[in-house]
Design a protein around this ligand. Structure first.
Ligand code: HEC
Length: 202
């Protein structure tokens, strides 16, 4: 019977389409011995360095916003944030901040963190790893800690269209390639990173 035949043909075709292709698992290039992986905790000195940097930045940010408003506070961020960050580094522990959506192009992730930062992308902080580390080929260690978006951050990293004109003008003047807007509270804004030297100098 032609109708019956057609029925079976359709059935088997549908079944065929639903058969999953055999899984192909190719190792990704970074999934070698030196891939960044989530960890439960970081060494105390690394956490302390991140805490201090975060504290200093927040303190200066809030003080300047209160004093001159967010638009003018951008100038302080521009000069002081890199200084405060550099000041946190020691001869054996380099510290920095980075993001997948950069404002300051000088805040590029170190080579070992690039893939991780890209893969984590723009998501909610709560939705994934907050701490990570990697054994570096040179014998050192890399560390990362997630930076979340708090309400105070939205003045300068919130929805671009909602930023006041004066602030947007200052941003585009100082950071023509600014990608650090359109964040919401609770978003993953970026990462503190630290790199420990293999052999501490005395
Ligand atoms: C007054 C405006 C302003 C506020 C408020 C602000 N930022 Fe920024 N942010 C900047 C500027 C300007 C830079 C670029 C300067 C730098 O750090 O090198 C920056 C850079 C950053 C970076 C480094 C990565 C990059 O894109 O260059 C991170 C991470 C960051 N901000 C997170 C935050 C967080 C988290 C908050 C809230 C606690 C916040 N910011 C609040 C202006 C602001």
């Amino acid at each position: 019977m032609p109708t019956k035949l057609a029925f079976f043909a359709v059935l088997s075709l549908a079944a065929c389409e639903r058969t999953p292709a055999a899984p192909v698992t190719l190792p990704r290039p970074t999934e070698s011995a030196h891939a960044v992986a989530a960890v439960a905790e970081l060494p105390a000195d690394v956490s302390a360095a991140f805490d201090q940097l975060q504290g200093h930045l927040k303190e200066r940010l809030l003080a300047e916003i209160a004093r001159v408003g967010p638009a003018a506070a951008i100038d302080v961020c521009k000069t002081e944030a890199p200084q405060l960050t550099a000041a946190q580094s020691t001869p054996t522990l380099r510290v920095g901040r980075t993001s997948v959506a950069l404002r300051n192009p000088a805040n590029q992730p170190p080579a070992w963190a690039q893939q991780w930062v890209r893969d984590q992308g723009r998501r909610k902080v709560a939705g994934g790893a907050k701490l990570a580390s990697v054994a570096l080929p040179n014998g050192g260690t890399g560390y990362l800690r997630a930076i979340g978006v708090a309400p105070v951050c939205l003045a300068c990293h919130g929805p671009g269209a909602a930023l006041p004109d004066a602030l947007r003008a200052r941003l585009s003047e100082s950071y023509p390639a600014d990608a650090a807007v359109d964040f919401a509270e609770g978003d993953l804004r970026g990462w503190f990173w630290a790199e420990r030297e293999a052999s501490p100098s005395k």
